[in-house]
Write a protein that binds this ligand. Sequence first.
Ligand code: SF4
Length: 371
Amino acid sequence: MEYKSIYIKTFGCQMNDRDSEALLGLFLDRGYIIATNPQEARVIFVNTCSVRKHAEDRAISFLGTLKKLYNEKPPVIGVIGCMAKYQGRRLIEKMPHLSIICSPSRLYHLPEYVEKVKNFGVKIIDTDDTQREEAFYESSFLLDKDHAQVVISTGCSNYCSYCVVPYVRGNLRLRKPQKIIEEVKRFIERGVKKITLLGQNVNDYVYKEENIDFVQLLEKIASIKEIKEIDFITSHPKNTSPRLFKVMAEYPNIKKHLHLPFQSGSDRILKLMNRGYTQKDYLLLVEDFYKIVEGSLSTDVIVGFPTERKKDFLKTKEVLEKVKFKYAYIFKYSPRPNTEAAKLTDDIPNSEKERRHKILLNLQKNISSLI
Ligand code: SF4
């Protein structure tokens, strides 16, 4: 019998982690076993991230190391995820040891593509952008048996000017509330106690046909008594509301923590970023959150966005000082392909980006140590 083993290396966000896990489930259902390292695998996927240049560089370097596995009996090597969508054919041209390139929308088809590569020696490039098949989520395989991540939507239609997500993951697409709840229940039957709901911006979830928005979906799931803890990621300040905070406060099983990226404290930069709120809006939202939920916050910040002057940077610093986040992910801006911000001159020198990055990191370190 043929030895069927699969290895997936994942870069990037929780959405990629969940995609890799669901993909492993598809292959396990077809008789594969999970290899603990690429050397032992007959099928290898690299699930890539394009949100920052650094993540892409790491994936390219890893793909390079796989070349040495390509000997008399080569494994099937595929690139999936964001970089596959945006680089497509160019990846195979640069790295002929790859056999499959597959966009995030088309992962369900990978078992069939692997068979085609094995049987006919073809190369497959599928960068289509379609609604994912529900069957992608049906295996219920989990790497952590206590914790399930459940995708409620894919893609994003917000087009923040620095962000590549709408171009590599497509526009926002919603799963049906019924399908999400069925998946949650399948996990509960397997003894899962903790659920994380995933979407690029969960607050964009409005399933019009059934008149259900994210807050109502969250309530429905929180009402399932077997669930001991629920959280969700990510929330966009422009459509996060006190209504959400009230539900967070009301249900004991909803985690009293919110990840609420503010990105910049300068209204001018926020406008250039197409974020749809001001520093004042953000701080009022935070005030409501602390009053209603009495929980903790975390955030994402970008320093060195094009044209960011000292006074813009000081506004960002001011938000960190005022809000006192439990933790913050602070990034140096790097232009991403196709985005609106990439058309602006990347005029902040790297040394200055480094300096601002370090100032905020040190500030946040002090704040985190006191919380
Ligand atoms: S909300 Fe903005 S930053 Fe978040 S994924 Fe969508 S476009 Fe990107």
